[in-house]
Design a protein around this ligand. Structure first.
Ligand code: 5GP
Ligand code: ZN
Length: 103
């Protein structure tokens, strides 16, 4: 997906530092944080939204990465959010899980 901003980030186009990464997912800081810690967890393959996510192993990887991000950033408590669809507030159509909290 050439025009997808998160695919470009995953491709290293902007030199974005990853908070967490494995073979399946990556996590990076939100550019416009709405909490002291606001990280986005994304699959490394382009999937537009939760509605297009078929791979149940990848579902597990995404949630597992949320927990890894929380541990790595020192969050004991955090909110996890997935916006699905424009009307629900999804702005970037590359699936992402928001991880938000305060240390
Ligand atoms: P959504 O509303 O789609 O659930 O969330 C999209 C999120 O992506 C927003 O919180 C927004 O601040 C973030 N975002 C948009 N463009 C960029 C970008 O280029 N880099 C980063 N790190 N975050 C972005
Ligand atoms: Zn993408």
């Amino acid at each position: 997906m050439e025009e997808c901003i998160f695919c470009k980030i995953l491709n290293g186009d902007f030199g974005t530092e990853f908070v967490y990464e494995n073979d399946y997912v990556a996590a990076f800081n939100d550019i416009n944080p709405k909490a002291p810690v606001h990280v986005l967890v994304v699959p490394k393959v382009h999937i537009a939204s939760l509605n297009e996510l078929e791979d149940k192993n990848l579902m597990g990887e995404l949630l597992s990465a949320v927990r890894a991000v929380a541990q790595k950033t020192g969050l004991k408590a955090y909110k996890t959010l997935i916006n699905t669809g424009k009307e629900a507030g999804q702005e970037v159509f590359h699936l992402h899980l928001h991880v938000m909290g305060d240390k």
